[in-house]
Design a protein around this ligand. Structure first.
Ligand code: SAH
Length: 244
Protein backbone atom coordinates (compact mmCIF):
# COMPACT_ATOMS: atom_id res chain seq x y z
CA UNK A 1 0.00 0.00 0.00
CA UNK A 2 2.74 2.39 1.08
CA UNK A 3 4.78 1.48 -1.99
CA UNK A 4 1.81 2.19 -4.32
CA UNK A 5 1.25 5.53 -2.65
CA UNK A 6 4.91 6.45 -3.10
CA UNK A 7 4.82 5.46 -6.77
CA UNK A 8 1.72 7.63 -7.30
CA UNK A 9 3.31 10.58 -5.52
CA UNK A 10 6.45 10.06 -7.56
CA UNK A 11 4.46 10.18 -10.82
CA UNK A 12 2.57 13.29 -9.73
CA UNK A 13 5.72 15.12 -8.76
CA UNK A 14 7.30 14.28 -12.10
CA UNK A 15 4.22 15.62 -13.89
CA UNK A 16 4.28 18.89 -11.94
CA UNK A 17 7.96 19.22 -12.66
CA UNK A 18 7.35 18.51 -16.34
CA UNK A 19 4.70 21.21 -16.56
CA UNK A 20 7.01 23.72 -14.95
CA UNK A 21 9.99 22.75 -17.05
CA UNK A 22 8.10 22.54 -20.35
CA UNK A 23 7.68 26.26 -20.03
CA UNK A 24 11.34 26.51 -19.20
CA UNK A 25 13.65 27.72 -21.95
CA UNK A 26 17.18 28.75 -21.17
CA UNK A 27 16.71 32.25 -19.77
CA UNK A 28 17.76 35.27 -21.77
CA UNK A 29 21.42 36.19 -21.42
CA UNK A 30 21.07 39.92 -20.81
CA UNK A 31 23.98 42.37 -21.03
CA UNK A 32 23.69 42.80 -17.24
CA UNK A 33 24.02 39.05 -16.56
CA UNK A 34 26.86 38.75 -19.10
CA UNK A 35 28.61 41.60 -17.29
CA UNK A 36 28.17 39.86 -13.94
CA UNK A 37 29.57 36.67 -15.45
CA UNK A 38 32.58 38.49 -16.88
CA UNK A 39 33.29 39.97 -13.45
CA UNK A 40 33.20 36.50 -11.90
CA UNK A 41 35.47 35.00 -14.58
CA UNK A 42 37.93 37.90 -14.16
CA UNK A 43 38.00 37.22 -10.41
CA UNK A 44 38.69 33.53 -11.07
CA UNK A 45 41.44 34.47 -13.52
CA UNK A 46 43.21 36.31 -10.68
CA UNK A 47 43.52 33.00 -8.83
CA UNK A 48 46.41 31.01 -10.14
CA UNK A 49 46.61 27.87 -12.21
CA UNK A 50 43.21 27.90 -13.89
CA UNK A 51 43.17 26.92 -17.53
CA UNK A 52 42.21 29.76 -19.93
CA UNK A 53 40.12 27.51 -22.17
CA UNK A 54 38.14 26.35 -19.14
CA UNK A 55 37.53 29.98 -18.13
CA UNK A 56 36.43 30.78 -21.72
CA UNK A 57 33.96 27.88 -21.61
CA UNK A 58 32.63 29.15 -18.26
CA UNK A 59 32.25 32.61 -19.84
CA UNK A 60 30.31 31.03 -22.68
CA UNK A 61 27.85 29.05 -20.49
CA UNK A 62 25.30 31.22 -18.66
CA UNK A 63 25.36 29.83 -15.10
CA UNK A 64 22.02 31.53 -14.37
CA UNK A 65 20.34 28.99 -16.70
CA UNK A 66 20.69 26.57 -13.81
CA UNK A 67 18.99 28.86 -11.28
CA UNK A 68 15.41 29.90 -10.77
CA UNK A 69 14.88 33.52 -11.80
CA UNK A 70 14.41 34.68 -8.19
CA UNK A 71 17.99 33.58 -7.50
CA UNK A 72 19.84 34.94 -10.55
CA UNK A 73 21.68 37.38 -8.33
CA UNK A 74 23.50 34.43 -6.76
CA UNK A 75 24.46 32.82 -10.07
CA UNK A 76 27.57 34.97 -10.53
CA UNK A 77 28.84 34.84 -6.99
CA UNK A 78 31.68 32.43 -6.34
CA UNK A 79 29.66 30.12 -4.15
CA UNK A 80 27.80 26.82 -4.23
CA UNK A 81 24.00 27.09 -4.28
CA UNK A 82 21.12 24.76 -3.45
CA UNK A 83 19.45 23.09 -6.44
CA UNK A 84 16.90 20.86 -4.68
CA UNK A 85 16.93 17.32 -3.27
CA UNK A 86 19.45 18.59 -0.68
CA UNK A 87 22.14 19.00 -3.38
CA UNK A 88 24.16 21.95 -4.64
CA UNK A 89 25.57 23.35 -7.88
CA UNK A 90 29.33 23.48 -7.27
CA UNK A 91 31.13 26.74 -6.58
CA UNK A 92 32.48 28.27 -9.85
CA UNK A 93 36.08 28.13 -8.54
CA UNK A 94 35.67 24.41 -7.84
CA UNK A 95 34.27 23.81 -11.35
CA UNK A 96 37.19 25.75 -12.87
CA UNK A 97 39.75 23.91 -10.71
CA UNK A 98 38.39 20.39 -11.27
CA UNK A 99 38.02 20.98 -15.01
CA UNK A 100 41.57 22.38 -15.20
CA UNK A 101 42.91 19.24 -13.47
CA UNK A 102 40.96 17.06 -15.90
CA UNK A 103 43.01 18.30 -18.91
CA UNK A 104 40.26 17.74 -21.47
CA UNK A 105 40.66 18.13 -25.22
CA UNK A 106 38.02 18.54 -27.94
CA UNK A 107 36.34 15.23 -28.68
CA UNK A 108 37.47 13.50 -25.49
CA UNK A 109 35.04 11.10 -23.86
CA UNK A 110 34.22 12.13 -20.30
CA UNK A 111 32.19 10.37 -17.62
CA UNK A 112 30.80 12.72 -14.97
CA UNK A 113 29.43 11.36 -11.68
CA UNK A 114 26.78 13.68 -10.20
CA UNK A 115 24.87 15.59 -12.90
CA UNK A 116 23.18 17.80 -10.28
CA UNK A 117 22.08 20.97 -12.08
CA UNK A 118 23.90 19.94 -15.27
CA UNK A 119 26.14 23.03 -15.23
CA UNK A 120 29.44 21.12 -15.11
CA UNK A 121 28.25 18.80 -17.90
CA UNK A 122 27.43 21.79 -20.11
CA UNK A 123 30.81 23.41 -19.38
CA UNK A 124 32.49 20.16 -20.49
CA UNK A 125 30.31 20.13 -23.64
CA UNK A 126 31.32 23.74 -24.33
CA UNK A 127 34.93 22.53 -24.20
CA UNK A 128 34.04 20.09 -26.97
CA UNK A 129 33.93 16.93 -24.83
CA UNK A 130 31.54 14.03 -25.38
CA UNK A 131 29.89 13.89 -21.97
CA UNK A 132 28.22 10.96 -20.21
CA UNK A 133 26.73 12.07 -16.91
CA UNK A 134 25.00 10.09 -14.13
CA UNK A 135 22.70 11.31 -11.34
CA UNK A 136 21.20 9.24 -8.50
CA UNK A 137 18.46 11.74 -7.52
CA UNK A 138 15.43 11.28 -9.78
CA UNK A 139 14.18 14.84 -9.37
CA UNK A 140 17.48 16.31 -10.53
CA UNK A 141 17.75 13.80 -13.36
CA UNK A 142 14.22 14.68 -14.57
CA UNK A 143 14.90 18.39 -14.27
CA UNK A 144 18.05 18.16 -16.37
CA UNK A 145 16.31 15.89 -18.86
CA UNK A 146 13.72 18.57 -19.51
CA UNK A 147 16.23 21.36 -19.62
CA UNK A 148 18.47 19.35 -21.94
CA UNK A 149 15.90 19.42 -24.74
CA UNK A 150 15.97 23.24 -24.64
CA UNK A 151 19.77 23.57 -24.61
CA UNK A 152 21.54 24.98 -27.65
CA UNK A 153 24.07 22.94 -29.62
CA UNK A 154 25.78 21.57 -26.47
CA UNK A 155 23.00 19.04 -26.00
CA UNK A 156 24.19 16.82 -28.83
CA UNK A 157 27.37 16.20 -26.85
CA UNK A 158 25.66 15.19 -23.59
CA UNK A 159 24.12 11.83 -22.69
CA UNK A 160 22.56 11.61 -19.25
CA UNK A 161 21.62 8.67 -17.08
CA UNK A 162 19.69 7.97 -13.89
CA UNK A 163 21.77 5.53 -11.89
CA UNK A 164 24.50 4.82 -9.41
CA UNK A 165 27.77 6.51 -10.27
CA UNK A 166 29.72 3.92 -8.26
CA UNK A 167 28.93 1.47 -11.05
CA UNK A 168 29.86 3.91 -13.82
CA UNK A 169 28.65 3.07 -17.32
CA UNK A 170 30.36 -0.19 -18.33
CA UNK A 171 28.39 -0.31 -21.60
CA UNK A 172 30.04 2.94 -22.74
CA UNK A 173 33.51 2.42 -21.23
CA UNK A 174 36.37 3.09 -21.53
CA UNK A 175 36.43 6.83 -20.80
CA UNK A 176 39.38 9.11 -21.44
CA UNK A 177 38.41 11.26 -18.47
CA UNK A 178 36.29 10.69 -15.36
CA UNK A 179 35.12 13.57 -13.19
CA UNK A 180 33.45 12.92 -9.84
CA UNK A 181 31.56 15.93 -8.46
CA UNK A 182 30.61 14.45 -5.06
CA UNK A 183 32.84 13.42 -2.16
CA UNK A 184 33.80 9.73 -2.28
CA UNK A 185 35.13 7.91 0.80
CA UNK A 186 37.49 5.81 -1.37
CA UNK A 187 38.52 5.47 -4.99
CA UNK A 188 35.72 3.43 -6.65
CA UNK A 189 37.35 0.37 -8.27
CA UNK A 190 34.74 0.10 -11.01
CA UNK A 191 35.48 3.65 -12.14
CA UNK A 192 39.22 2.93 -12.29
CA UNK A 193 38.43 -0.13 -14.43
CA UNK A 194 36.41 2.09 -16.82
CA UNK A 195 39.24 4.63 -17.20
CA UNK A 196 41.17 4.19 -20.42
CA UNK A 197 44.94 3.59 -20.09
CA UNK A 198 46.50 7.05 -20.35
CA UNK A 199 43.30 8.53 -18.89
CA UNK A 200 42.74 10.93 -15.99
CA UNK A 201 40.21 10.82 -13.16
CA UNK A 202 39.57 13.78 -10.84
CA UNK A 203 37.80 12.87 -7.61
CA UNK A 204 37.29 14.58 -4.24
CA UNK A 205 38.28 11.96 -1.65
CA UNK A 206 37.14 11.81 1.97
CA UNK A 207 34.07 10.58 3.75
CA UNK A 208 33.92 13.47 6.27
CA UNK A 209 33.16 17.18 5.95
CA UNK A 210 36.28 17.93 3.93
CA UNK A 211 37.60 16.19 0.81
CA UNK A 212 41.01 16.19 -0.80
CA UNK A 213 40.92 16.92 -4.52
CA UNK A 214 42.68 13.95 -6.04
CA UNK A 215 44.00 13.42 -9.54
CA UNK A 216 44.49 9.85 -10.70
CA UNK A 217 46.45 9.07 -13.83
CA UNK A 218 46.21 5.59 -15.30
CA UNK A 219 49.42 4.65 -17.06
CA UNK A 220 49.48 2.77 -20.34
CA UNK A 221 50.47 -0.31 -18.29
CA UNK A 222 47.27 0.10 -16.21
CA UNK A 223 49.11 1.27 -13.06
CA UNK A 224 47.68 4.33 -11.34
CA UNK A 225 49.49 7.32 -9.87
CA UNK A 226 47.76 9.61 -7.43
CA UNK A 227 48.36 13.27 -6.52
CA UNK A 228 46.62 15.62 -4.03
CA UNK A 229 45.42 19.12 -4.91
CA UNK A 230 44.04 20.76 -1.79
CA UNK A 231 40.93 20.63 0.33
CA UNK A 232 37.36 21.22 -0.86
CA UNK A 233 33.84 20.55 0.40
CA UNK A 234 31.39 18.40 -1.53
CA UNK A 235 28.05 16.72 -0.92
CA UNK A 236 28.68 12.99 -0.35
CA UNK A 237 28.81 10.31 -3.01
CA UNK A 238 26.13 7.84 -1.94
CA UNK A 239 25.74 4.37 -3.38
CA UNK A 240 22.59 3.25 -5.19
CA UNK A 241 19.81 5.38 -6.67
CA UNK A 242 17.89 7.55 -4.19
CA UNK A 243 14.55 5.93 -3.24
CA UNK A 244 12.75 9.17 -3.90
N1 SAH B 1 28.08 18.55 -11.18
C1 SAH B 1 26.99 19.15 -10.46
C2 SAH B 1 27.28 19.20 -8.97
C3 SAH B 1 26.22 18.47 -8.25
S1 SAH B 1 26.51 18.09 -6.56
C4 SAH B 1 26.59 20.50 -11.02
O1 SAH B 1 27.28 21.02 -11.90
O2 SAH B 1 25.56 21.04 -10.61
C5 SAH B 1 26.84 16.36 -6.65
C6 SAH B 1 25.74 15.48 -7.20
O3 SAH B 1 26.18 14.14 -7.08
C7 SAH B 1 24.39 15.55 -6.48
O4 SAH B 1 23.39 15.90 -7.38
C8 SAH B 1 24.19 14.12 -5.94
O5 SAH B 1 22.84 13.69 -5.97
C9 SAH B 1 25.05 13.32 -6.91
N2 SAH B 1 25.48 12.00 -6.43
C10 SAH B 1 25.86 11.61 -5.19
N3 SAH B 1 26.18 10.30 -5.19
C11 SAH B 1 26.00 9.83 -6.45
C12 SAH B 1 26.12 8.56 -7.09
N4 SAH B 1 26.52 7.46 -6.43
N5 SAH B 1 25.83 8.46 -8.39
C13 SAH B 1 25.40 9.54 -9.12
N6 SAH B 1 25.25 10.77 -8.56
C14 SAH B 1 25.54 10.91 -7.25
Amino acid sequence: MKILWTVELNKKLCLILQTICNKMKPAEDTPYLKGQRKKLIDELREKKMLNEEVLDAMMEVPRHWFFESAFYKYAYQDRAFEIGAGQTISQPYTVAFQTTLLETFPGCKVLEIGTGSGYQAVVLAALGCKVFTIERQRLLYEKFKLMHTALPSYKTRIKYFFGDGYKGLPAFAPFERILVTCGAPDIPGELVDQLKPGGIMVIPLGGGEVQVMTKIIKGNDGKISVSDHGEFRFVPMISDKAKF
